[in-house]
Design a protein around this ligand. Sequence first.
Ligand code: SF4
Length: 524
Amino acid sequence: MEGSMFCYQCQEASGNKGCTSGGRCGETSETANLQDRLIAELKAVALTLEGRTNVTREFSRFIVRAMSATLTDTNFNPDRIYALIDEARRALRTLDSDIRVQDPSILSVEDTEERSYREMLVYGLKGVCAFAFHALALGYEDNAIYNFIIKALSATAKPDTPHERLALLIVECGRVASIAMALLDEANTETYGSPTICHVSWAAGRNPGILMSGQDLKDLEELLIQTEHADIDVYTHGDMLPANTYPAFRKFPHLKGNYGGSWRTQAQDFASFNGPVIVNSNCIVPVQDAYRERIFTTGMVGCKGTPHITHRHIGMQKDFSEVIRLAKTLPPPTALETDSVILTGGFGHHQVCSVISQIARYIENGTIRRFIVIAGEDGRDERREYYRELAKALPPDTVILTAGGAKYRFLDLDLGKITGIPRIMDVGQISDVYTIIRIALELQNALGIRTLDKLPVSFVLSWYEQKTIAVFLALLTLGFKNIRLGPTFPAFCSPGILEVLTRDYSVKPIGSAEADAADMMAGN
Ligand code: SF4
């Protein structure tokens, strides 16, 4: 099934236009086309569910799970995508539906403007689904999210949905993305406690280790329970780093800390880790020989030929015994260049909002001039060095708030403190932009500022895939303006969408670090 395809959902879309014969992400034409078919089947399920009142949440849960498999760098295993397509068709049979979406290809919508609106909505929905899927793993759900997903997916499936209607749904998608991030925050903090400010080691230990990469905290919890007293150290990687700041995880002495950087350095990090690695949500890059025999996937992640740890059976944890057995036979991790660096994290909204009046005073008396939010995902594009340069270029009376893998570009910088407040405050995973929103809302209240865009807060997003698109829409919907988006504008944004983003929301591309720093300090 190798052959033509079209995909432009991530920042690495070929030529910033679209991938037509495999993607840099590792996607083949076969899996790309299967994912298009899966999305089409999910649209048929959504169309069937629209307006029905006699169905349970099971179908919505399935849509959320299946959509999560189609995020960039998540599932390269055609067998798993086939299985999800089969599941969708079974759902349609159960629902006694003969609805079908005939041509699943993105290019089947010939008008590029209309195609952009439809796809932007689908990509925002993917981000929402990823957040909802992680919340669901902890037993947290919200009908408002499910109902919107069904409504919006259905709209993208109807050929006669005008782009004005799609535009309204994109705005609503931003609002629902905020709800989904809030739900995931509630799930994480009620289950594992509120993150607290703490140091996280980046050093390699002497025991054999297991490395977990991804965003699903429940997997980490179960791995920690199953490795207690096993003389195995557990490390986080990539977006799993913030797990180290939750009280429930810090009770496990064998949670050694973080190893390696973002997914960009995954191949080197996994190679030098020496022990087994588990990837539980995106991003996974095509598996390299150096660690092929000791990598496992779980959740919606899939790679052909890589062992997969399956879903939990009712009343049971996931079974990590094969990983643990393997870890005991392998050497401890090799120390990385970052071995002596100590990270500081855990700036959750419970911590920061408890001192918001003090922070407001610092802003009023000029001690802190501005907060700069540098959030999103990391990636391979060389232009992403901008985010490190920006962190260095910001004046000493600014504080950086960061979330997601973008932080790995500058987390090792020692930018000092302002009256005891670190100049880099890591609030967590990409979904923890919710924490930044909470801080902004509290600051707005404390400072008596009428609209969020007037706060001394600037946003610079580093986007790679669809979760940051959902976050971007959430910020726009809340009323933040002058958001800088880089390293490139999405290929799926048509000229019409770009015009709306720049004209109505003052969205800007990133420029030079120095010029952007000066511009943001001037409130632009
Ligand atoms: Fe290309 Fe990105 Fe799609 Fe992969 S996910 S095929 S790199 S646009």
